[in-house]
Write a protein that binds this ligand. Structure first.
Ligand code: PLP
Length: 378
């Protein structure tokens, strides 16, 4: 940023990885002709593999994680006049999907240690209008699903579990995406399982599955996943556990390497489990680190490390008529200003890659005064 040599001149690792077994999948799709067909056995095979892997009875592949959330809510008959709870710090598409159904988002504050949904705040958010809850595990955070499901059961609230950022994660001994009435995954081009686009709906509930199928089938399927996409996802699913373990090991190592740097604390989980790292989340303190968050992420990107600012909190920049806030959103406000995320591909790197991340963060922090002086508006 000041004109010197970046720590990582080659920049962040690219994604998706050039897997040989993905190439083999593409070749099979080509040789069988499925690459150009509406239907093909790769789709059924992937649905079966995902069902086995998650121990659920029904899986439906679809065009994106976002449409999967919409279908989950439709399948649960959420619609006009209903209230839907979600964390005030969440994927913005989830908020917009609630509106797309004519329902009203109710924003719940997040937990101080990982800025994911705080199950302890659900009861205060409840009214007789509340029909559903969307719960996402974000940036390596895990939500206490035992507490969520106990509460939801006590109030008759249906649960959509958004595992788009953590396929293969486990929470309290169970796979992410299998706790709620419906779970969803995303296969978008930057996600841990990538097919450029795509998503999946997971459920044990036959009634919900049938309703979603009926909605999606207008003689032709309206938002399908193609056999070609399924062909590249199948081999990635086989390697998911191994890669998640590698990412977790490297995330732990990275936490140690930067633990003495002021102003940057990793998300911590009180809930037992093994997270998924689409992004690795950090709590950034501008005063302690010595510069604004936007300056810090720009400086790290200039060093070749893929740090970014997190989501905007959902109540920020929106008219209060578009949602109901369930109490003060103090922690979501902190997340809005202080969430920093590291993109996942570097977490499959080696010790040298991790050392470079730590070196870059240290370098930027050490030069905070001069970076602030030259690069920040007065
Ligand atoms: C990416 C993402 C989605 C949506 O997935 P798409 O396939 O991009 O539509 C939903 N929820 C979360 C938490 C995500 O990160």
């Amino acid at each position: 940023m000041l004109g010197g040599q970046p720590v990582r001149p080659q920049g962040p690792p690219s994604w998706p990885l050039p897997d040989d077994d993905v190439l083999a999948g593409l070749q099979q799709a080509f040789q069988s002709g499925q690459w150009g067909q509406y239907h093909g056995e790769f789709v059924e095979r992937l649905e079966q593999r995902l069902a086995q892997y998650h121990h659920v009875s029904h899986v439906m592949l679809c065009a994106s994680g976002t449409i999967a959330v919409e279908m989950a809510l439709r399948g649960l008959r959420v619609g006009a006049g209903d209230e839907v709870l979600l964390a005030a710090y969440d994927y913005p598409g989830n908020f917009l999907t609630v509106h797309a159904l004519g329902a009203r988002p109710v924003l719940v504050d997040v937990a101080p240690e990982n800025w994911n949904l705080d199950a302890g705040r659900l009861e205060r958010a409840f009214t007789s209008q509340v029909r559903a809850l969307i719960v996402s595990h974000l940036h390596g955070g895990l939500v206490d699903m035992t507490a969520v499901m106990d509460w939801a059961g006590s109030r008759g609230v249906v649960v959509v579990e958004d595992a788009a950022q953590c396929p293969g994660a486990t929470i309290q001994g169970r796979r992410a995406g299998t706790w709620g009435d419906v779970g969803i995954l995303s296969f978008g081009g930057s996600k841990l399982l990538s097919a450029g686009r795509g998503g999946a709906i997971l459920t044990q509930r036959t009634d919900v599955y049938q309703r979603i199928r009926a909605w999606m089938n207008r003689g032709n399927w309206i938002a399908p996943l193609s056999p070609l996409q399924a062909a590249v996802l199948l081999p990635q699913l086989e390697r998911l556990d191994e890669r998640n373990a590698q990412r977790e090991k490297n995330a732990q190592r990275l936490r140690q390497l930067v633990s003495d740097i002021p102003g940057l604390k990793p998300f911590r989980n009180r809930t037992e489990g093994t997270p998924g790292y689409y992004k690795m989340g950090w709590q950034f303190d501008a005063a302690e680190f010595g510069m604004a968050r936007a300056t810090m992420t720009a400086a790290l990107r200039a060093e070749g490390i893929a740090f970014d600012e997190g989501f905007k909190a959902l109540h920020q920049g929106r008219s209060p008529s578009r949602f109901r806030a369930a109490g003060p959103l103090t922690e979501a406000e902190k997340a809005h200003h202080g969430a920093v995320i590291l993109h996942h591909p570097i977490l499959l790197g080696d010790d040298d890659d991790l050392a470079q991340v730590a070196e870059a963060v240290r370098k930027v922090q050490t030069h905070a005064a001069v970076i602030r002086e030259r690069c920040e508006m007065p």
